[in-house]
Design a protein around this ligand. Structure first.
Ligand code: DX5
Ligand code: ZN
Length: 218
């Protein structure tokens, strides 16, 4: 079931040139990106480190796009206000990293941000059923988080379909993240996702950001 919501393309800057992060964000926004996806990794929840709120704050002025922070960090509550103050519009936490998920989601909204929750491939949708009223975004991970450039897990297509039925009729973005390319994008859109994160497929190819975004948008 294709979503009635507009397709949003959210490039993940994890695959960009960190030496010129601000410029990369400005360039990809100019090339047609709807959102900027910011992957925050703590080396514990995922086996990799990336960047945190101070870096996001430093690049906030690069453009006026929606900043979508994907927090792959354990027990995120004490850091949430830092991300809100850094100027992000949306904060997504992982259900596996939150002991009191609906409290965390309420807190994100109290900070003035849109509240998102992400599910690892192994985590069932039933874990977030109870907090749909507090959700602005549901992220179905299509790889195990931690690294860019991984292969899309095909078994996630049926999970995306179930997630689409779960959020049907609600103002909730259905986002997918991991292994999204011009080949996998039509499949996730057909399954009901409307919000596509892509890192290496946008920042990797030599064809340029605009062409890569157009290819994924389909
Ligand atoms: C994975 C991150 C993704 C990643 C996607 O842990 O959450 O946002 O950057 O990278 P690609 O599109 O290369 O799979
Ligand atoms: Zn991500």
């Amino acid at each position: 079931m294709t979503s009635s919501k507009p397709v949003i393309i959210a490039p993940s800057v994890l695959a960009s040139n960190f030496a010129a992060l601000g410029q990369e964000i400005a360039d990809v926004h100019k090339a047609g990106a709807d959102w900027i996806h910011l992957d925050v990794m703590d080396g514990q929840f995922v086996p990799n480190l990336s960047f945190g709120a101070p870096i996001i704050k430093a690049v906030r002025q690069s453009c006026d796009a929606y900043f979508d922070a994907h927090l792959m960090i354990e027990a995120p509550d004490p850091l949430l206000s830092d991300f809100a103050q850094a100027g992000v519009q949306g904060i997504t936490v992982h259900v596996e990293a939150c002991t009191h998920l609906d409290r965390t989601l309420s807190y994100i909204r109290e900070l003035g941000c849109k509240a998102g929750v992400a599910l690892n491939p192994a985590t069932p949708l039933s874990t977030v059923q109870h907090c749909l009223d507090k959700l602005d975004l549901l992220l179905v991970m299509t790889v195990n988080p931690g690294f860019g450039g991984q292969r899309f897990i095909d078994a996630m297509l049926s999970k995306i379909e179930q997630a689409a039925s779960m959020v049907d009729g609600r103002d909730i973005q259905l986002q997918v993240d991991g292994g999204i390319t011009a080949d996998t994008a039509p499949k996730v859109i057909a399954a009901g996702a409307n919000n596509l994160v892509a890192g290496s497929a946008i920042f990797g190819p030599a064809q340029g950001y605009a062409a890569a975004i157009t290819a994924i948008r389909g």
